[in-house]
Design a protein around this ligand. Structure first.
Ligand code: ATP
Ligand code: MG
Length: 180
């Protein structure tokens, strides 16, 4: 299920609708400091269900909406979509393409969609968890994360190994079931 496209609209520094196409192989994104490279990976994590504003370098989640610049006013909405090629049916949807979208308004209201159908945040998290991914998955290593892993306590390091071994998903399902 390769990632084919990332579409940003109003997310952080991406005030205008911006589409990034991912071809097969490796995609490198280069640019000067502050040009928005980290914002791109944050947008991906946000769609995958990130709920910590702090881990997206903000105080509140609505801080990810374009805050305005000298030449243009702030926006009221941010929207990001991830488009996956699902010919291999890895994602549990009977479509060749799966588009996952998240929107946020200044009021703080979020909307989640899979192939343009409104869903819950939980559905998005489950969709990715079923293929061993999550917003804080090791598939995405942010700046400073390597140091954090090396300096972590044994318990935290254990969950990193559990995730890599694919058991974290079952552990979380067990914890949810025990609570019910
Ligand atoms: P570096 O090479 O230093 O890691 P980078 O390319 O990763 O830089 P980012 O951290 O992605 O850069 O981008 C930071 C830029 O995004 C800053 O200029 C900041 O002002 C801008 N930015 C962050 N949030 C918003 C927002 N809500 N509205 C407008 N601009 C924003
Ligand atoms: Mg950066």
């Amino acid at each position: 299920m390769p990632l084919k496209q990332l579409i940003l609209n109003g997310f952080k520094s991406f005030a205008d609708k911006t589409t990034i196409n991912y071809d097969s192989g490796i995609t490198g994104i280069v640019g000067p400091n502050g040009s928005g490279k980290s914002n791109i990976t944050e947008a991906i994590r946000w769609v995958m269900g990130e709920s910590s504003a702090k881990s997206l370098r903000g105080a509140k989640m609505k801080d990810i909406i374009f805050a305005g610049s000298q030449s243009r006013p702030p926006l009221n909405k941010a929207e990001v979509s991830l488009v996956f090629d699902n010919h291999d049916r890895k994602l549990n949807f009977n479509n060749d393409q799966v588009t996952v979208t998240r929107k946020i308004l200044r009021s703080g209201d979020n909307e989640y969609l899979i192939n343009n159908q409104s869903v819950r945040l939980k559905d998005i998290r489950n969709l990715f968890m079923d293929v061993g991914l999550s917003h804080d998955s090791l598939a995405i290593i942010s700046q400073g994360r390597v140091d954090q892993i090396l300096n972590s306590q044994a318990q935290e390091r254990r969950s990193i190994f559990e995730e890599a071994a694919g058991v974290l998903h079952f552990k979380q399902q067990k914890e949810t079931a025990l609570k019910q």
